[in-house]
Design a binder for this molecule. Structure first.
Ligand code: CS2
Ligand code: MG
Length: 402
């Protein structure tokens, strides 16, 4: 089965998404997410200018050989742009192979390992009480697991506190906005949030928190210790992980479970974290870690070390990524949890899909493939609009992680 066409579709139903559509000589097509929030056109160009010319004429069934060709053949290996582009090709080819077999994608991976995929939603508020009310709303929606983020007294804004309570918007129009940050105020506020949440909801709901790359290892260790009475499901991205060894400091000081990896693009960026068991969940995704083919490798290594998956699933990853992730999640033996920030109705209309939410779980459908498609005529109605993620500064103006 030969690849006869491949095209990149950039659309912005409320936010930018990049999708690759591959078509074969047997009339089958597959799609893959190539969205990289704030750098969308870089991935689109990488696909259009460098990868698509190499795909035409190849056998669509040779997923592994194509993956190796695109990864090793580039010479310049890895990175978010390259691996998101390779991910889109890989996801589209798995979609095609499953359609050719007449099977939902999870059947090609090894079949169901569970009845449903437990997901977590994002509750946030300007203060502790508003955040607690939002956690209550997500529990009422049926979520078994809720991430909680709240405003920090004295800071005009902070990560994870959005104006829109159900959807996620950080992609500033035109140029990056600048946020201000105080670790001291944050470390004082977060334990109070989870003390309130546990006093109001008890220990039944899984509670999660994202520190979003903003702490030093010893600050993360302190936060982990202070949260131990509240038994979080995980504390995420507490420290940037270019220095994987630095996570040993956190691990030595706290039993709060640790998660990291949504910005990782290959297994090499988490090999030490996994092999030395410095983390409990690895957050790598279909779209940013080289597709199903590479994500399976990361999960298999993680399985040897009691590390579970916790795929990133924010609104800036398209429904195509979510659909593929659910087929991965329903199969992967060491599944942990799946992030599920809902897409807006206008996004869902552009990306019709067969997965559905039911009582705190997402259920992939039985449609052959990954169950997601793109309505190209509707997509064309939403032209790209340049947008950036915010940048972050300490109160003295020092540029820090956002
Ligand atoms: C966050 C993301 O969902 C998460 O865990 O870290 O919202 C992240 O900030 C965005 O995906 C960045 O585009
Ligand atoms: Mg995160």
């Amino acid at each position: 089965m030969k690849i006869v066409d491949a095209k990149v579709i950039v659309t912005a139903p409320g936010r930018n998404f990049v999708t690759l559509k591959i078509t074969t000589d047997e009339g089958l097509h597959g799609i893959g997410d190539a969205t990289l929030n704030g750098r969308e056109l870089a991935v689109a160009a990488y696909l259009n200018d460098h990868l698509i010319p190499c795909l035409i004429g190849r056998d669509a069934h040779q997923i592994e050989d194509i993956w190796q060709y695109l990864y090793k053949g580039a010479y310049w290996r890895g990175g978010p742009v390259t691996m998101s582009a390779i991910a889109a090709v890989d996801t589209a080819l798995w979609d095609i192979k499953a359609k050719a077999a007449g099977l939902p994608l999870y059947q090609l991976l090894g079949g169901r390992s569970r009845s449903g995929v437990m997901v977590y939603g994002h509750a946030n508020g300007r203060d502790i009480e508003e955040t607690a009310d939002e956690v209550d709303r997500f529990i009422e929606l049926g979520y078994k697991a809720v991430r909680a983020q709240c405003g920090i007294p004295g800071l005009a804004s902070t990560y994870g506190v959005s104006s829109d309570k159900l959807f996620y918007e950080p992609a500033d129009a035109d140029l990056p906005s600048e946020n201000l940050w105080s670790t001291e105020r944050y470390l004082d506020q977060v334990p109070k949030l989870f003390e309130r949440l546990r006093s109001r909801f008890g220990f039944e709901p899984h509670l999660l928190h994202d520190a979003h790359h903003r702490l030093t290892p010893i600050e993360a260790a302190r936060l982990g210790q202070s949260l131990e009475p509240y038994r979080l499901f995980w504390l995420e991205d507490s420290v940037p992980a270019e220095n994987q060894e630095a996570w040993r400091t956190i691990r030595q000081h706290t039993v709060t479970p640790l998660a990291v990896g949504e910005i990782f693009n290959t297994v090499w960026q988490c090999r030490t974290l996994i092999e030395q068991e410095l983390i409990d969940y690895v957050r790598t995704t279909v779209v940013h870690a080289g597709g199903i083919t590479h994500l399976r490798r990361i999960a298999t290594l993680a399985d040897l070390h009691h590390v579970r998956t916790g795929c990133h699933g924010a609104t800036d990853l398209s429904p195509v990524c979510m659909g593929a992730a659910l087929h991965f999640d329903i199969w992967v033996p060491n599944f942990g949890i799946q992030e599920y920030m809902r897409h807006t109705p206008e996004t869902d209309a552009v990306f019709p899909h067969d997965y559905r939410f039911d009582s705190g779980y997402l259920l992939p459908g039985e449609t052959p493939g990954h169950g997601v498609d793109i309505d190209e005529s509707l997509a064309a109605k939403y032209p790209y609009q340049r947008a950036y993620l915010p940048v972050n500064r300490l109160l003295d103006g020092t540029l820090t992680s956002w």
